[in-house]
Design a protein around this ligand. Structure first.
Ligand SMILES: Nc1ncnc2c1ncn2[C@@H]1O[C@H](COP(=O)(O)OP(=O)(O)O)[C@@H](O)[C@H]1O
Ligand SMILES: [Mg+2]
Length: 209
């Protein structure tokens, strides 16, 4: 299984918790559906049955998780997700919409937790058979606004202090600055409809739909 088998297009949705990734992934899916485009919508972590169990640990474990353990839990999830779901869909020519992927790992585990960013990329490349997204949306928003959207329903990661999310946000912006061809930064401090219009306009261009 490798990247050369792919005929589909791999699109990822990134940004801090509460920026609107899930909402925008859903709206992008609705749009592709309306255009009759063959796609799957999935999420990282938790895109497979095994991944759901790993996601449960990552979001709700109440004890301390060492940064390296956290990284490898995400990577274990990703290995399963890429092999079981993403690569097969791409090889069938489908568009894959994925809520979070490698940029989240670099932003959270690298920029915010302080693990080596190149090492994360190298490990990711191993577990993901070298699979990188063709197109990535980063929904950019201040941690304060994102936090106010989430209200009281915060999981283990969402409950991290806003200093942490500031580092994550800067990480995403830095990654986007280094790879502007792949990563599109969208101002996510606006209404859901305006953000979705920007996303769909980029999708129209990339997918000719
Ligand atoms: N542009 C927006 N303006 C106001 N509220 C939003 C916007 N986008 C999403 N929301 C709301 O904010 C919360 C978090 O959105 P969600 O899409 O789940 O974000 P994420 O998946 O990035 O954590 C949800 O309650 C959602 O309905
Ligand atoms: Mg979400």
């Amino acid at each position: 299984m490798n990247r050369q088998d792919n005929k589909g297009i791999f699109i990822t949705f990134e940004g801090i918790d509460g920026c609107g990734k899930s909402s925008q992934t859903d709206l992008a899916a609705e749009y592709l559906e309306s255009r009759g485009i063959d796609f799957i919508k999935t999420r990282d972590p938790g895109g497979t049955a095994l991944g759901s169990k790993i996601r449960e640990i990552l979001l709700n474990y109440e004890g301390h998780i060492a940064s390296m353990s956290e990284l490898f839990l995400y990577l274990a999830d990703r290995a399963q997700h890429v092999e079981e779901k993403i690569l097969p869909a791409l090889s069938e020519g489908k568009v894959v919409l994925c809520d979070r992927y490698v940029d989240s790992t670099i932003a959270y585990q690298g920029y915010a937790r302080g693990l080596d960013k190149q090492q994360i990329l190298d490990l990711n490349s191993i577990v993901a058979y070298g699979l990188m997204p063709d197109l990535t949306f980063v929904f950019d928003i201040t941690p304060e606004v994102a936090c106010s959207r989430l209200g009281e329903k915060k999981d283990r990661l969402e409950a991290e202090c806003s200093e942490f999310h500031k580092k994550v946000r800067e990480g995403f912006l830095d990654l986007a600055g280094k790879d502007p061809g792949r990563i599109k930064v969208i101002d996510a401090g606006r209404g859901i409809g305006a953000i979705s219009e920007d996303v769909i306009s980029i999708l129209k261009t990339r997918l000719s739909c």
